[in-house]
Design a protein around this ligand. Sequence first.
Ligand SMILES: Cc1cc2nc3c(=O)[nH]c(=O)nc-3n(C[C@H](O)[C@H](O)[C@H](O)COP(=O)(O)OP(=O)(O)OC[C@H]3O[C@@H](n4cnc5c(N)ncnc54)[C@H](O)[C@@H]3O)c2cc1C
Length: 492
Amino acid sequence: MKNEKKVYEYAIFGGGVVGTAILNKLTRLNKKSILIELGEDVCTGMSKANSAILHAGFDAMPGTLKAKLNVQGKKLLNKLCEELQVPYKNVGAIVVGNDIEQLEILKARGEKNGVPNLEIIEGERLHKLVPNLKRDIKYGLHAPTSSIVNIFMLTIAFAEEAVLNGADYRFSYDTKSIDFDGDIFTISNGKEKIYARHIVNSTSWGYNNIAKLIGVETYPLTYRRGEYYVLDRDAEGYVNLTVFPLPSKLGKGILATPTTDGNILFGPTSEDCESLEPIITTEGLRKIKNGINGMFINPPFNKAIREFAGIRVGSGDDFIIERSKINPRVINLCGINSPGLTAAPAIAEMVCELLQIKEKQEIPMKRREPYGFILDKTSAQLEELVKVDPKFGNIICKCELVSEAEILRAIHSPLKPHTVDGIKRRVRPTAGHCQGGSCLLKVAEIISRELNIPLNEIIKETSQGYVFDNKNLKKTKKYSILKTKPELNIEL
Ligand SMILES: Cc1cc2nc3c(=O)[nH]c(=O)nc-3n(C[C@H](O)[C@H](O)[C@H](O)COP(=O)(O)OP(=O)(O)OC[C@H]3O[C@@H](n4cnc5c(N)ncnc54)[C@H](O)[C@@H]3O)c2cc1C
């Protein structure tokens, strides 16, 4: 029998929050699609390093795609986070300052964008809402509809649900050529060919590489670095909502926000840069300190456990979301920087319209299982779990209380992550106080054992970074987590 080649209706390049939201939407509309990602996992680009705020939508200029898709995306995400069982919290946001005229302008802008319940507050109300705010700050524009989300889980959940319902994916797929015969694109990395009738280019920094291979529109890209401090969960409660200063030409400013995991973020800076390297600079960290010290009383910088940086990839002032004029089978997504996370599901809907997909009715979807952390369990629930599976009692990450059972659940989840950071983004080992000092090697060993990958080939995050070098491997060869006796050794 002749071997029929598999032709996808849609190939989506880029497994960030936007690409996975599109994959998810297309799958819900029963369209056979494939996600093609250059990295080792989803959520390794801009989507992994941001403030994780679902913006209410008062910042973007009325009439722009950013404004429209921000407000639409926020509404869609309230429902999607429930359906996908992604952690999010409606904490609200406030822009604080003494320039009431600027706050009024922001409020009017938000109202024009369709943001509900915006209010300028002052005095005791303001300081009750933000107890650690400096007393000389007089006003705040309160946006109660702003939320925070676990951005890793959102991206993973979009993709997991799609894969559970029939979508395909490839990681580490480095596209070398894309040919079009008038009906079907042949995509090749030199080893495997993928066939598709339409292409969605959602690769942020990689946009022009893919556009050039297809032969469609290219755009100049700009890069702007944002550095952050992450505070330990010990500092939880220092800020309970997202607090922004008044915005400037460089963006929304250095903010303080809780995360859904109980940490606090201080940042981001806003520095134009040439390279994609997310470096941390002393100058950047100083700017964060100055910004936060200018708004808050005694900010707990001594609780900082980590710094990180994300690169905002832009092209002009607004998102570019279009059907290519050169090849109408291609959708170009370029310059999807902030508020791209919030806008992601609305971008997905817009892409479906541009693709002229007639169906509106979503098919019933198999729902994904959430990861179910032991931290959320009572002692009694945990004892029951350990009786069923003793690996719940084998605590691998002591800072975040992550058991071997949860790590196994992540390794064998629908996208089969094989990097230490892939496991971290799903169930948090190495994300705590010691930043992997005590558990990174154990996580690498479990991945190695479960996926049958030699230990010296276990990747931290990208194929450029292995957990072990050969010298270290010799030292740690005898080390085995299997010798750890499973026991319930946690206090809740
Ligand atoms: C500092 C900072 C703070 C931010 N804060 C917020 C916020 O609080 N709220 C908000 O709404 N937005 C925020 N944003 C914006 C938000 O993070 C982005 O808009 C969003 O993550 C963009 O998602 P994406 O999928 O388009 O891009 P990415 O996440 O970058 O995904 C693109 C993917 O394409 C892949 N790729 C590249 N080249 C290729 C190729 N040749 N083949 C296949 N795949 C390829 C990359 O590996 C990557 O995984 C912030 C951004 C930054 C940098």
